[in-house]
Design a protein around this ligand. Structure first.
Ligand code: ATP
Length: 252
């Protein structure tokens, strides 16, 4: 394990286990997991259903606590925080879900502004900037039901970023989207890292998504970390447009 206080490590899992007990039944959702997520990386969390991916994400924003071991975010052991400190820590972490989780009775602008409102803050310029960043500048008065799935996920990403989090947790953010829209959302995650330096944890069961945008991925099976796989650099030139460009130039 690297030094938890180093600025180069965003998240450290140090011997983390999470066991759920239901009467006689016990499930080890995570078993003795140790891994580091480098700051500024896009880090994949891969595994089939039941592998423990969502449990891992919930531990990262303190929605759940390990049965044993430590989860350290930005040098802080989450289990050591009181409820007020934990709330403050959560303000530094954005979350994006598979089904967007927007509030249907609020406009796009109001959805994006919500995390600020919950912190008793108002920053209309920041909300506008986020709408522009995710490419929804013209849709501020629409309601979620009037948007496509990809547009709704853009709103969710803008909402997650509006408080300028250092860590963005994405739980299957493209699993409800078609291939083309998936590529667009993955490009937006890359743009997020490039623009704001955000560390991104991307939970997915889609190998292609990892290949497209991740620097490395932790591979899980039934709660066990099988390996951490580096994604070859060549995969970082993932834009089809770039490939098309190279191919057409070479062919002419
Ligand atoms: N609150 C809970 N109570 C009991 N068991 C749980 C709880 N949360 C998760 N589990 C169990 O822990 C294991 C890992 O679940 P988890 O949701 O983390 O997996 P996952 O990889 O995210 O799966 P999926 O891709 O289907 O969402 C599963 O066997 C699940 O049933």
């Amino acid at each position: 394990m690297s030094d938890a206080t180093t600025t180069s490590t965003a998240v450290v899992f140090d011997g983390v286990s999470r066991r759920f007990v239901h009467g006689e039944a016990e499930v080890d959702a995570l078993s003795d997991v140790s891994l580091d997520i480098p700051r500024g990386s896009i880090f994949g969390v891969l595994g089939e259903s039941g592998a423990g991916k969502s449990t891992l994400l919930r531990l990262m924003n303190g929605l759940d606590l390990p049965t044993s071991g430590r989860v350290i975010v930005s040098g802080t052991d989450l289990a050591a925080l009181g409820s007020r400190e934990l709330r403050a820590m959560r303000h530094r972490i954005g979350v994006v879900f598979q089904h967007f989780n927007l509030l249907g009775n609020l406009t796009v602008r109001a959805n994006i502004a919500l995390p600020l409102r919950l912190q008793h803050r108002r920053d209309p310029a920041r909300v506008t900037a986020m709408m522009e960043f995710v490419g929804l500048a013209g849709l501020s008065d629409r309601y979620p039901a009037q948007l496509s799935g990809g547009q709704q996920q853009r709103v969710a990403i803008a909402r997650a970023l509006v408080t300028d989090p250092e860590l963005l947790l994405c739980d299957e953010p493209t699993s409800a989207l078609d291939t083309h829209t998936t590529a667009e959302i993955l490009e937006l995650l890359q743009a997020t890292r490039a623009e704001f330096g955000t560390t991104i944890a991307l939970v997915t069961h889609e190998l292609d998504a990892v290949k497209a945008v991740c620097d490395a991925a932790a591979v899980f099976e039934r709660g066990r970390l099988l390996d951490i796989v580096e994604v070859p650099r060549v995969a970082q030139h993932r834009e089809p447009r770039y490939l098309d460009h190279v191919k057409s130039r070479l062919a002419s």
